[in-house]
Design a protein around this ligand. Structure first.
Ligand code: COA
Length: 233
């Protein structure tokens, strides 16, 4: 996991290109650490999640560690101690995912914890968990339907079918496409734009939309009013 800061932007970079950036325990610990830095560092106004290597953003959970947890109790405790996905989803600053190549399993789930997903048009996205006898456990069964709706989520999860970048755009699993050679420039421009806006207003807009989606309309309007007051007081 690489972490750098530049002009109000934080770059979190998955860095296991030989294993197609498969998500392993070391990566989980690194991610937990850098997400804490993004949350707590007032200099960071927006963060970009991206990956090294030309073949993959992330080919899912590391299959060499698959089902090797010592016991369900210890696995649950580790998850409790280091709730990466809870931390991810609690960050008030905008997060951008820059996706390319294979984006599978936890790769998709990490992307779904981000607010704006931009993919190179060579990306392939899928959730192969059911084929492995498991279900997504990094929030995917909840975050996916919030992004793409019920029918498409079931289609992806029940069949394990992968989507091309173009299909993912149509399904609203990603928000924008870019030619592979231009992905980082497109993402940078977007991050620069967000970093140039008033940070508290940006964070409040994100909260109003993201938290509001899980509320009924009356509670959502109350949330909006509360966040709006925070900006003028
Ligand atoms: N966990 C651990 N290692 C992985 C991995 C994963 N999820 N995905 C790829 N790798 C490793 C391979 O073992 C291989 O390592 P090696 O060079 O030491 O043999 C290297 O990454 C390259 O992968 P390879 O399978 O040779 O590339 P490919 O182009 O033939 O196939 C994929 C690419 C993504 C189709 C294939 O690697 C794959 O199906 N990976 C598993 C996807 C998956 O089921 N993820 C779990 C989701 S829950």
């Amino acid at each position: 996991m690489l972490y750098e800061k530049r002009d109000g932007k934080a770059y979190i970079t998955l860095n296991r290109p030989k294993a197609l950036n498969a998500y392993n325990i070391e990566m989980r610990d690194g991610l937990y650490q850098v997400l804490g830095a993004v949350r707590d560092d007032p200099d960071v106004r927006v963060a970009v999640l991206r990956a090294v290597g030309d073949r993959a953003f992330c080919a899912g959970a590391d299959l060499t560690e698959f089902l090797t947890a010592e016991s369900p109790t210890l696995a649950r405790k580790a998850r409790w101690d280091r709730d990466v996905w809870g931390l991810f989803l609690s960050i008030e600053k905008p997060l951008i995912a820059a996706l390319h190549g294979y984006v599978l399993g936890s790769g998709v789930e990490m992307a779904l914890c981000c607010d704006i997903r931009i993919a190179a048009d060579d990306a392939q996205l899928g959730l192969p968990e059911t084929g492995l006898g498991i279900i997504p456990a990094a929030g995917g069964s909840q975050t996916l339907p919030r992004a793409v709706g019920l029918g498409r989520s079931l289609d992806m999860l029940l069949t394990g079918r992968w989507l091309t970048a173009r299909e993912a755009l149509r399904a609203r699993l990603i928000d924008r496409l870019a030619p592979p050679a231009e992905l980082s420039a497109v993402v940078d421009r977007l991050a620069d734009r967000i970093a140039s806006l008033p940070a508290l207003a940006v964070a409040s807009a994100k909260q109003a939309i993201v938290r509001g989606l899980d509320l009924n309309l009356a509670d959502g309007l109350e949330l909006e009013a509360r966040l709006a007051r925070r900006l003028v007081n």
